[in-house]
Ligand binder design. Structure first.
Ligand SMILES: [Mg+2]
Length: 98
């Protein structure tokens, strides 16, 4: 699935009013925390890292990111493309250490 297609499909479940951007920002923080909890529990608590849970939480983060882009009238494809361009400029030979 392409990023713009995802953005469009995710938008079907966007909700809110004039506070939608704030809601998306807060939701992004909350869902990022859920993703971090999984990793923290794996790294420090000896719990299994459940791939399905990872996929779910990463999807939740992706949803909020896509809808912040939607609110700002930014194609989600452009977010991904710009990020890769930035990485290619910053690390033209890949990350080779600090
Ligand atoms: Mg979640």
């Amino acid at each position: 699935m392409e990023f713009n297609e995802y953005q469009d499909k995710a938008n079907r479940t966007l909700y809110g009013n004039e506070q939608v951007l704030t809601n998306c920002a807060l939701g992004l923080a909350g869902e990022s925390g859920q993703l971090i909890d999984l990793i923290q529990n794996y790294t420090f608590m000896g719990k299994d890292l459940d791939k399905d849970q990872l996929i779910d939480e990463m999807g939740d983060v992706l949803w909020y990111l896509s809808q912040i882009a939607q609110w700002a009238d930014i194609d989600f494809d452009d977010v991904a493309k710009t990020n890769i361009e930035t990485l290619n400029k910053r690390y033209p030979n890949g990350f080779t250490g600090l």
